[in-house]
Design a protein around this ligand. Structure first.
Ligand code: PHE
Ligand code: CO
Length: 263
């Protein structure tokens, strides 16, 4: 989840951040306890993803060797640059919209450096390295998804100029964070908030309670979301190509219309 709140409680160390909010990962400073907690988080999700994650994510994680310890961002970036031209940048936590969009528009994905506390094993509000890495990074190896995210970054900078970040952020929420996708194996998750969640991954795919609606751009942009409970509504795409296609048109008239509705 990537909505910047200038909250004094944000726990990252922003004092060493560059103007683009990047920091060094300082991998050597993770403690054995942190690697162990990461390993436990990974192991829990590893049991779920074969049944609930989309095939593109499953294919990519297999090549990542990310089960043993908190991954080294530089090594993954080298690999990623070759495949889709993306790289990971370490950040202290949530960053302002313009910095976030600028990274995406340059094919850099910001990944939080710190790991949650053991007491947050099941639930965490802010994104940590486990959510950002496990949830987001594998799909950057998928060409279409990666291209879409690059377009999203450019679209974010444009939405800032048009004062419409609120609407675009909802799209991100219902796709990149909590999106479902139709596959030959049935509905699967590709949203990072689902893939990194111990409970909501299964819930989103299987539970009869939530609504699962087909892709509808304007409807998503009109829908407010909750950040502190399981979603009531998920959006199911047919493919990453569909996501790419349906988000390609100019959003300017859509933003104008939504603003008129006072959504
Ligand atoms: N087409 C969008 C616009 O004109 C840009 C965009 C592309 C946004 C892909 C999100 C994803 O603003
Ligand atoms: Co996220």
């Amino acid at each position: 989840m990537k909505t910047y709140t200038p909250d004094p409680e944000l726990r990252g160390d922003y004092s060493k951040a560059a103007p683009d909010y990047s920091v060094q990962q300082e991998w050597g400073k993770y403690t054995p306890e942190e690697h162990e907690l990461y390993r436990r988080l990974y192991a829990r999700q590893a049991k779920l993803v074969p049944r609930y994650a989309c095939p593109e994510w499953i294919d990519a994680i297999a090549g990542l060797d990310a089960a043993r310890e908190i991954p080294k961002f530089d090594a993954v970036s080298r690999n990623l640059r070759e495949k889709t031209g993306w790289e990971i940048v370490a950040v202290p936590g949530l960053i302002p919209d313009d910095a976030f969009f600028t990274h995406l528009a340059n094919r850099r994905f910001p990944v939080t450096v710190w790991l949650r506390q053991p007491s947050e094993f099941d639930y965490i509000v802010e994104p940590d390295v486990f959510h950002d890495f496990f949830g987001h990074v594998p799909l950057l190896f998928d060409r279409t998804y990666a291209d879409h995210l690059y377009e999203y970054g450019k679209g974010g900078l444009k939405a800032m100029r048009l004062n419409a970040v609120k609407y675009l952020a909802r799209l991100y929420w219902f796709t990149i964070e909590f999106g479902l996708i139709q596959t030959q194996l049935g509905i699967r998750a590709y949203g990072a908030g689902l893939l990194s969640s111990g409970g909501e991954l299964r819930y989103s795919v299987e539970d009869p309670k939530p609504r699962r609606l087909p892709f509808d751009l304007e409807r998503m942009m009109r829908t407010e979301y909750q950040i502190d409970r399981y979603q009531e509504t998920y959006c199911v795409i047919d493919s990453f190509e569909q996501l790419m296609r349906e988000t390609a048109p100019d959003f300017t008239p859509i933003y104008a219309r939504l603003r008129g509705e006072k959504a």
